[in-house]
Design a protein around this ligand. Structure first.
Ligand code: TXA
Ligand code: MG
Length: 349
């Protein structure tokens, strides 16, 4: 398959590109496009055959349900059985934005889109290109992250090209995304509502609006034998090719321990990568040191995480050592992805 790649300006939208993307989606094809979280791989969510193509292109297990993307509130009624009052409150504040909510689905949504579940995940992104493509494509666009299953999610169109060129109809290149980790997933079918995946809309932000919010225990106790409620969270996602170890504890001791381990592996002839921060980068004496952002603003860390993991992959890195981050705010989304990438290999120093 030939993949059309078109660059589009975020300020002066090229209507022809949007229309081309919309036509491909309406005829059952696959289009990758930017959202503010990560790039998505879109297909018509109400067309079972189109949604199925997503699984083939990504190599995604078919029990892993897709998020349906909408562009306005009016679209919600057709695909959801009931909309709880709390969901309306949350939507008013955080839609459009980096938040997905789960509802009971109607028959309009095929089981092929929801991985056989009778619930549907819905997100209204804020990114202008995403909104326009959703509208042009018919209003209901299923879109997982536009990566090959098991690779870090794409935060640039180049990442999408690496994984999906030749497998999808079109890539709309709108430049780098601004958040860099996937949306928060909030299950509205349970009481209290439950976070199934942490993201930029945090537990604290949601609780301020609607009171108690639960968190899927398997996110906090990753070693527990329980299966996560979001089917996709059980796979070893976001996996770099290198063996990744996260070190936690007093920052000075963490950097010392990373230096010690890095030197050991280097002397054995391995390629070593280090995930450092602006505050610590100068303390590392060897290895390929990449600065992921500043501890003063962990949004910068979220923005660079997946790109850095991909860079280490293309450098042929064997071992990666990373500092750890806070467990509040966006830090919990970062730590969730980092620990999954590490296969929960964390060392307390
Ligand atoms: O930021 C995002 O959410 C990006 C952009 C493209 O919108 N999309 C994304 O999709 O991250 P994906 O497919 O990579 O992740 C969707 C997650 C999976 O873990 C999936 O299991 C879960 O959402 N999910 C989808 N529908 C669900 C449902 N009905 N019940 C529970 N979990 C669900
Ligand atoms: Mg994904």
């Amino acid at each position: 398959m030939k993949t059309i790649i078109e660059r589009i300006d975020t300020v002066q939208l090229n209507i022809d590109t949007i229309k081309k993307a919309g036509d491909i989606l309406k005829s059952g094809g696959l289009v990758a496009f930017p959202t503010e979280t990560v790039y998505g791989l879109g297909a018509d969510a109400l067309n079972e055959d189109a949604a199925k193509k997503i699984y083939a292109a990504k190599g995604r297990p078919s029990d892993n349900p897709l998020i349906v993307h909408i562009a306005d509130m009016e679209a919600l009624g057709k695909i959801t059985e009931t909309i709880p009052e709390k969901a309306i409150v949350v939507a008013k504040k955080y839609w459009p934005g980096p938040l997905t909510m789960i509802f009971q689905k109607t028959n309009a949504v095929p089981l092929g889109t929801t991985g056989g579940l009778d619930t549907v995940a819905v997100r209204m992104p804020e990114h202008l290109i995403a909104k326009e493509i959703i509208r042009a494509g018919g209003g209901y666009i299923a879109a997982p992250s536009a990566n090959t299953s098991g690779r870090p999610s794409p935060t640039t169109a180049q990442h999408v090209e690496e994984d999906l060129t030749g497998k999808i109809d079109m890539i709309v290149d709108g430049g780098a995304v601004n958040i860099g980790v996937e949306s928060t997933i909030l299950d509205m079918t349970v009481e209290p509502p439950m976070i199934l995946r942490p993201g930029a809309v945090t537990k604290e932000m949601l609780e301020e609006l609607i009171g108690e919010v639960a968190v899927d225990k398997t996110l906090i106790e990753p070693d527990s034998k329980k299966v996560p409620k979001a089917p996709g969270m059980k796979y070893r996602h976001y996996a770099p090719k290198a063996e990744l170890t996260v070190l936690e504890g007093d920052l000075l001791r963490v950097t010392e321990e990373i230096n010690r381990r890095a030197e050991e592996k280097l002397s054995e002839g391995f390629k070593v990568g280090i995930i450092a921060t602006a505050e610590t980068a100068g303390r590392y004496s060897s290895g390929n040191v990449k600065c992921i952002g500043t501890r003063q603003d962990e949004m910068t860390v979220a923005g660079n995480l997946y790109g850095i993991l991909r860079d280490f992959d293309s450098d042929g890195t064997d071992f990666i050592y990373s500092e750890s981050f806070s467990t509040g705010g966006i830090g919990s989304a970062v730590m969730n992805r980092l620990l999954k990438a590490a296969g929960h290999h964390i060392i307390h120093v």
